[in-house]
Write a protein that binds this ligand. Structure first.
Ligand code: 15L
Length: 270
């Protein structure tokens, strides 16, 4: 991989990932809607609004691979999700295809499947069950990735990311935590693995409480080094401070499922 573009480079995850990616991909182009305050000296940064196709076309020109973190990263009003995650994501894939970009890694989310109960262990091939407008936009991005891969031969990896951080911060995150180093590992598989055409991987470290069968990622050589249980006591102490949430505690997506929830509690098993 020569030139690689990282979108969303100013966000919390992008800020850490860009530092880890730079030694591996020295010709790294960074973009976000606004320049990050803590930009490294000599970094190649371009401010891009993903809803403007002309700006997206310019930034993807000459790039071999894209790691697409850019967009709205939590639940939000429909117009915000529509602009950043639907139109923005479409522009990204469409411009990438027309400019000959070979590989795209799409930062999907566990919220594309957040309405699976925690008692279910799910694989990468389940039907999406989004828990929010945000989750719907991630399911859309996964579908776009499949479309550009099948129609145009683009190599696309969708990472259904759990929760990226230095450590898991509550009970739910003990199941879905992803360390920055393991995110880099998954990113490298997506950008480099010769056999990969279109795949969905769960973005999770080695978590004993996981609800996800991530054997698809293991099949491509993923060997996570982060282990959520190493932080168990701290995470459980944080959990004890949280109010009970009968809906959110039942479904995998947590508070994303209980927010605005009006469906009744018959689906919640005791
Ligand atoms: C996500 O998709 C969000 O981007 C992140 O901010 C967290 O809310 C995470 O999911 C999570 O489920 O913990």
């Amino acid at each position: 991989m020569k030139r690689v573009l990282l979108t969303g480079a100013a966000g919390g995850v992008g800020t850490r990932l860009r530092k880890l990616m730079k030694p591996v991909y020295p010709d790294l182009v960074l973009s976000d809607i606004k320049m990050p305050g803590d930009l490294e000296k000599g970094a190649n940064f371009v401010a891009v609004d993903l809803t403007h196709l002309d700006q997206v076309e310019k930034i993807v020109d000459g790039v071999e691979g894209i790691v697409h973190l850019g967009g709205f990263s939590v639940e939000g009003p429909w117009d915000a999700i529509l602009q950043a995650n639907i139109i923005g994501c479409y522009n990204l894939f469409d411009a990438a295809q027309r400019k000959g970009v070979k590989r795209v890694i799409f930062a999907s989310s566990n919220h594309a499947v957040g309405f699976y109960p925690r008692v279910h262990r799910i694989g990468h091939d389940v039907t999406t069950r989004p828990d929010s407008r945000y989750g719907v936009s991630k399911a859309f991005g996964e579908a776009l990735g499949a479309f550009y891969s099948d129609k145009h031969g683009m190599r696309v990896t969708c990472l259904r990311i759990g929760n990226v951080g230095d450590k898991p911060i509550d009970l739910r995150r003990l199941a879905i935590w992803l360390s920055y180093e393991d995110l880099l590992q998954l990113t490298r598989i997506g950008l480099e693995h010769p056999d990969l055409r279109y795949e969905i991987f769960y973005g999770a470290s080695f978590n004993e409480r996981s609800w996800w069968d991530n054997s698809n990622a293991y099949r491509y050589g993923y060997r996570p080094t982060g282990r959520a249980e190493d932080f168990r006591d701290e995470a459980l102490a944080e959990q004890a401070k949280l109010p009970p949430d009968p809906v959110g505690d039942f479904f995998q997506g947590g508070t994303f499922t209980s927010a605005e929830y009006t469906a009744g509690t018959e689906r919640i098993w005791k």
